[in-house]
Design a protein around this ligand. Sequence first.
Ligand code: ARG
Length: 266
Amino acid sequence: VLLILGVMLAGCAQQEEKVATPTPAPEKAAKQKVELNLVNPGKLAVGSDVAYPPFEYTNQTTGKYEGFDMDLAKEIAKRLGLELEVVNTAWDGIIPGLLAHKYDVIMSAMTITEERAKQVSFSDPYFEAKQVILAKKGSGIRGVSDLAGKKVGVQLGTTGDFAAQKLIENGIKFELIKFEDTPSALMAIEKGDIDAAIIDNFVAYLAQKNNPDVFEIIEDKTFEPEYYGIAVNKDNPALLEAINKVLKEMKEDGTYDKIYRKWFGE
Ligand code: ARG
């Protein structure tokens, strides 16, 4: 035991010495191989609830995962010199899965929130979104107050869920129905089981575009802007820093815009 202690102390002494040495010049530091602490060495494992087009979904023909987040993830992995591995994960439990090191990051159109930031670190924001009401066409809903008395769906544990709860707290009385995933909520509108859903705007826009006879979108000024971020474990600041660095590079060299235009147009 003493021997081990001795080795450990020696280790500490060495560490201290390192801290004392002057920081290397920036170009030197950039070349240094940083320890990213990945779940599987050489791979970037991305947790995502792959049922959220156009951000992440399965191409029914090829079986491959596609979407804005998936393209972004591919590019990030490439720039970090890593192979991309997407771990399809239920939304409910996606943060616990990160904390349990089932994957290295979450890329799942996840909104940066104060509550979530207590558990995980977020990258710089990479997308601006907001909530909208997606209703059955002809619903007569024109704003949040018209949700009173209606059946309103959300995906459990999303910012749509939180926004709906806030509306209820503010006195708009409706029946809140929580779905495990977003496609189920959309299906329920289509079948007439619920009147509307509160979901992220670009997911609603796509659903409405694909089914203009089924859906209508109602925007309401009371929904605040949200920003998507990539969630990283708090114990992995090196990975967070590396991701922010490549995100910044992608924004600067036009790659981000190219991917954005591919999915959302001009
Ligand atoms: N932006 C919303 C949130 O962070 C919804 C994200 C849902 N993402 C998904 N892949 N199902 O709560």
